[in-house]
Ligand binder design. Structure first.
Ligand SMILES: Cc1ncc(COP(=O)(O)O)c(C=O)c1O
Length: 404
């Protein structure tokens, strides 16, 4: 049975305001249906979804392989405690291990939980191997790692931290792509360095290869762990399964979530054997983590992405889209270059970010804007050129109208 079916968007929003906590600046619309790159609102209006639930619906909406995996698994069993072995969980871990630097996987339910687990594992490893003095964690200014108390402390943006003090101790912040700044923070007390290979919420800012190489060398020098947060930029988003593959720099720990479950909530923390050994039974846990339903969907999602030619297709179509955006940026003289890798793209606009997003929405294209000034595009990885052309056309019209 569909809930609140037949009610207008206005009524649903009114009822929602009465009972749902006010933590989001929500847009005045509902999304009730999706297929491929398209979604529909409660009034039946269709939109091109170039945001994909913030990099979650990477295979588009209702991909048949995902729907089938969920349906079949729901008929068998939905939840099993981690007191027992879960075949789908093992199968998903095997796929992740086979295709990454990692040897072991811990499953949870979100990006914040994955980073929380990484933070804990890094501290446990450092305590066991070096002693209790080695607990500091270096992250980057402008980063985003989640909303739990520990992960908002990792997040190098004070706006997310204000009002929640006192924060957990031991975090310091260096500057992205500034090795000197990182060098100034990393020392013998550093347990780990946290980096998003591409800062997503921070404005689609890629870490340079030299910076990642330098971070790796510093971590090795001081016995610190290098942790890559690929919650947003991982799982195919950049045109490789993991963003770190572009740099050739492997971390000791990597966190994933968002696209990993094909739309179903899941998070994962991957580590090398040596590091993973620091966790023993009882050290960390998650009731729902890696449950049969989420991992069935995760296996199906990875199987699609691991098909021959999938990533090449992402690389080719994302290059086409980026070129189209670059042409628009030049035509409308918006200033700073379009940036990003694969289908995580940021278009800096010095003004009117929210107005552009809203005009796009009214014209049938869903995107968002980070920091008020960077238009962010996270389209489905399988989006076709025709849909890309349509998005570019809408953007061109919006800029022609608004950008003076
Ligand atoms: C890089 C990164 N890490 C962590 C998170 C937190 O993930 P979640 O909202 O699933 O807790 C996000 C969410 O946007 C993210 O982009």
């Amino acid at each position: 049975m569909k809930q609140l079916e037949g009610l207008s968007t206005e009524t649903i929003i009114e009822r929602g305001k009465n009972v749902v906590m006010n933590t989001y600046g929500r847009l005045p619309m509902t999304i009730v249906k999706g297929e491929g790159a398209w979604v529909w609102d409660a009034e039946g209006k269709r939109y091109l979804d170039f945001l994909t639930g913030l990099a979650v619906n990477s295979l588009g909406h209702n991909h048949p392989a995902i729907v089938q995996a969920i349906q079949e698994q729901a008929k068998e069993i939905i939840h099993v405690s981690n007191l027992y072995w879960i075949p789908n969980q093992v199968a998903l871990a095997e796929r992740l291990v086979e295709h990454s630097f990692a040897d072991k996987v811990f499953f949870c339910n979100s990006g914040a939980e994955a980073n929380e687990a990484a933070f804990k594992l890094a501290r446990k490893y450092a305590h066991k191997k070096f002693g209790a003095h080695k607990y500091e964690v270096v992250t980057l200014e402008n980063s985003f790692h989640g909303r739990t108390l520990a992960t908002l402390t990792l997040t190098g943006q004070t706006k997310y931290q204000e009002g929640y003090e006192p924060l957990p101790v031991g975090c310091t912040y260096a500057k992205l792509n500034d090795l000197e700044s990182l060098k100034a923070k990393v020392n013998k007390n550093t347990a780990a360095v946290f980096i998003e290979p591409i800062q997503g919420e921070g404005g689609v800012l890629p870490a340079s290869q030299e910076f990642l190489q330098g971070a790796r060398a510093l971590c090795d020098q001081f016995g610190a762990l290098l942790i890559f947060d690929e919650v947003q930029c991982g799982v195919g988003r950049t045109g490789k399964l993991f963003a770190y593959e572009w740099s050739g720099v492997a971390p000791d720990i990597m966190t994933l979530a968002k696209a990993l479950g094909g739309g179903v909530p899941i998070g994962a923390m991957l580590a090398t054997d040596e590091v993973a050994l620091a966790f023993q039974p009882g050290d960390h846990a998650s009731t729902f983590g890696g449950n049969p339903l989420a991992t069935a969907s995760g296996c199906a999602a990875l199987d699609v992405m691991l098909e021959n030619g999938f990533m090449e297709g992402v690389q080719e179509r994302s290059a086409y889209f980026k070129k189209g955006l670059e042409e628009l940026a030049a035509k409308h003289q918006t200033g700073d270059p379009v940036r990003g890798q694969g289908f995580i793209i940021g278009w800096p606009v010095s003004k009117m970010g929210p107005e552009i997003v809203e005009a796009c929405r009214l014209n049938g294209l869903l995107i968002n804007c980070v920091g008020g000034k960077i238009l962010r595009f996270l389209p489905p990885l399988m989006v076709e050129k025709q849909a890309i052309d349509q998005a570019l056309k809408i953007l061109d019209e919006v800029f022609s109208e608004l950008w003076k």
